[in-house]
Design a protein around this ligand. Structure first.
Ligand SMILES: Cc1cc2nc3c(=O)[nH]c(=O)nc-3n(C[C@H](O)[C@H](O)[C@H](O)COP(=O)(O)O)c2cc1C
Length: 131
């Protein structure tokens, strides 16, 4: 992502925890865990809407999201903006098939454009903006 290989790697690691924060139009913050956060390309992250209600309403209303991945002492935060809520097409179909194999149905795929990236690791770079 943005040529930051370590960021893509952590977001793609099945063992990292991925957290998705959204904000309502009244300014209420909302944070969930979402295992389906995925790197689509150098500028795009996505997440499957499976159970989410409040998060998807917030994404519809305000278009802003913060995605954080953490594993051990390494963590990155991506501030992003909604591109689209997909309910068909190749990306939706591919992810829908993966979830169907686990007996789950997805409602949509949210795609996001990367705005800013911060290193939030426990170390001297913690808090530094890296994109
Ligand atoms: C390990 C884990 C992974 C999860 N992955 C997803 C996910 O990929 N998509 C999703 O919609 N909800 C996922 N959930 C559920 C959300 O954290 C949340 O409880 C649910 O989406 C309701 O969100 P809301 O409060 O925005 O309505 C996951 C929960 C856990 C604990």
């Amino acid at each position: 992502m943005k040529n930051l290989e370590q960021v893509s790697k952590l977001f793609q690691d099945p063992e990292s925890t991925k957290v998705v924060s959204t904000i309502s139009k009244e300014g209420q913050l909302h944070t969930i865990v979402a295992g389906s956060v995925m790197v689509v390309d150098d500028n795009t992250l996505a997440v499957a809407e499976v159970f989410m209600n409040t998060s998807s309403a917030n994404l519809t209303d305000t278009s802003k999201v913060a995605l954080l991945a953490v594993k051990g002492m390494e963590s990155y935060l991506v501030n992003a903006s909604v591109q689209a809520r997909l309910t068909d097409g190749p990306l939706f179909q591919a992810v829908a098939e993966k979830f169907a194999a686990m007996g789950m149905e997805i409602k949509a795929i949210w795609t996001f454009s990367v705005d800013k990236i911060y290193d939030e690791s426990a170390g001297p770079n913690g808090g530094k903006q890296i994109f």
